[in-house]
Design a protein around this ligand. Structure first.
Ligand code: MLC
Ligand code: AMP
Length: 492
């Protein structure tokens, strides 16, 4: 049984002024705990709370406050446009939205409903903007997080089975689904990772990943708070910022590590680190080798999913092999469902870090498990005789990984089809040296430019879901049944 989720929050060095730094602003654990206590007091009893997940100390404070109060957190990507933000707020039924200082970063994308405690008028577009889909718009109250506030939170420790996070994640079709992640799953995962990576309060963790996904938020914030390590969030994951931060433990997606290898001076500055960790997408073998050449470190690779948290990893005290994501973390069991005689097949998992289903989608939840109760990752993998796992690819080409972000082709296609000039759309992930895959859209449309369509998608969904290229066709290739044949699309 794991210790309560936020056990190490006030320890060690509670008054060290730079225990937590986000985008250049620092605070002590004591200050974080006090400000989070004030958040907890304001939101206690709410069924769920959304957090506008900018890379700020306020976001960390909001998340910690909600976890103290036992209120499930729904992180909202700060650059999400109205279609995506409305879906998340509506689907999660969040009535409160915790934010940093208004207008701090992406001013103009979000109009607050009114001052704190004053919900916008029912039915009026509040912070959720123009709501798509059926049903009236629910008012969402914007609650600013004030770092100067202090309150000692004395509420009881929430049930470990309770939901810590509702993380919205893309499937192959339709809008993102809310994955329910329990407190005990988070605790079990962080403890298993701490063991595998020898991660302790002696470490300084550095990364600059977004605070609305497992990687940056669960590992990158709660991991530091649970192990007691210092955290430096660089705001953006740039090579220069990583080099300057002087940490011992670094997290990055492969795109970040690729960019580090393109900046040899920054890369060399990471030689003094203890461990470089890559995850969220396949780390190309040449990037692994360049990192080793420049930093002297063979990176640790770990594999995970929103629905399972991190389940496989190489270890601080073990072999690290390019192209391999290591062995199961403590408590995780894996199997490969291969056809007779084949070595590769779908990777399936069980263990304490698995999610509790998709919010309000029992059929999707059931469909993500085998009949005998193993979670179906949708990733194709092979397990070597020595237990090392290799991820070969995804079963469906309609789930794209670009820059470590998971993007459903269907969601982008639907956004494109919402443009009046677009009659047909097919979206694919094309191989890309830096992003792993880049989103390419094939459309049948008249009187609209590539740039207009890219901006249109960026305006509706999160900016990272925009196509990087748009190709115009006279018709999509289809089979005799009329189904689009993505394999027959011309090269990007
Ligand atoms: C560009 N921009 C636009 C635009 N085009 N804005 C509006 N409209 C347009 N048409 C702006 C962006 O807003 C941003 O501006 C800037 O351009 C750059 O955006 P980008 O091109 O998307 O950034 P890029 O450099 O490509 O990002 C690379 C990256 C990013 C690596 C930094 O992809 C990233 O952070 N990836 C991490 C994803 C992640 O954490 N995944 C984990 C999932 S959990 P501005 O103003 O903002 O600069 C998981 C589980 C596990 O997978 O195993 O971990
Ligand atoms: P997400 O739900 O955004 O967390 O994305 C999960 C997906 O990312 C997995 O299903 C994999 O396809 C991919 N992924 C994560 N880590 C790795 C890795 N180390 N190697 C290859 N693919 C990975």
């Amino acid at each position: 049984m794991s210790a309560p989720l936020l056990t190490s929050l006030a320890e060690p060095d509670g008054d060290r002024p730079d225990a937590l730094t986000v985008a250049g602003r620092s605070c002590s654990r004591e200050a974080l705990l006090g400000a989070a206590g004030a958040v907890a007091a304001r939101i206690a009893g709410a069924p769920v709370v959304a957090v506008r997940a900018t890379p700020t100390v306020e976001t960390v404070t909001a998340v910690v406050g909600a976890l103290l109060a036992g209120v499930p957190v729904v992180p909202v990507p700060p650059d999400s446009g109205p279609a995506e933000r409305d879906h998340i707020l509506r689907d999660s039924k969040a009535a409160l939205l915790l934010t940093g200082p208004q207008g701090e970063e992406d001013a103009g994308r979000e109009a607050p409903a009114g001052p704190a405690g004053t919900p916008g008028p029912a039915g009026a577009p509040g912070p959720a903007g123009a709501r798509g889909g059926a049903g009236p718009a629910a008012p969402v109250e914007t609650v600013p997080v004030d770092l100067a506030e202090r309150a000692a939170w004395t509420g009881p420790e929430p049930d470990p089975k309770a939901t810590a996070f509702i993380l919205y994640t893309s499937g192959t079709t339709g809008a993102p689904k809310g994955a329910l992640i329990s407190r005990r799953a988070v605790a079990a995962d962080l403890d298993a990772l701490a063991e595998a990576w020898a991660w302790t309060a002696e470490d300084t963790l550095v990364h600059g990943l977004p605070l609305f996904h497992v990687h940056g938020l669960v590992l990158g914030v709660l991991g530091a708070l649970r192990t007691g390590s210092r955290l430096v969030h660089t705001g953006r994951p740039t090579p220069a910022a990583y080099a300057e931060a002087g940490g011992s433990l670094y997290f990055g997606v492969p795109t970040v590590w690729h960019r580090v290898t393109q900046d040899p001076d920054a890369a060399r500055a990471l030689s003094s680190a203890r461990l470089l960790v890559s995850g969220s997408a396949p780390l190309p073998a040449p990037v692994f080798r360049d990192l080793e050449l420049l930093t002297g470190h063979r990176p640790v690779e770990r594999y995970g999913m929103t629905e399972t948290l991190i389940t496989l990893s190489t270890r601080a005290d073990g072999e690290r092999r390019p192209g391999y994501v290591g062995t199961p973390l403590s408590g995780i069991r894996t199997r490969v469902a291969a056809e007779e005689g084949a070595e590769i097949g779908e990777l399936q998992l069980t263990g304490p870090t698995l999610f509790d289903g998709y919010l309000g989608r029992p059929e999707a939840t059931t469909g993500s498990y085998t009949e005998d109760g193993w979670f179906r990752t949708g990733d194709i993998a092979a397990i070597e005789p020595d237990g090392f796992h290799r991820i070969v690819g995804r079963a469906s080409t309609d789930l794209i990984k670009s820059g470590g972000y998971r993007i459903g082709a269907g969601e982008v296609e639907n956004a494109l089809l919402d443009h009046p000039a677009v009659r047909e759309a097919a979206v694919v992930g094309a191989p890309h040296e830096d992003l792993g895959q880049q989103i390419v859209a094939y459309v049948v449309a008249d009187g609209v430019s590539e740039a207009e369509l890219i901006d249109f998608v960026a305006g509706q969904l999160s900016v990272h879901k925009r196509p990087r290229k748009v190709r115009f066709l006279d018709a999509l290739p289809r089979n005799a049944m009329g189904k689009p044949q993505k394999k027959l699309l011309p090269p990007a």
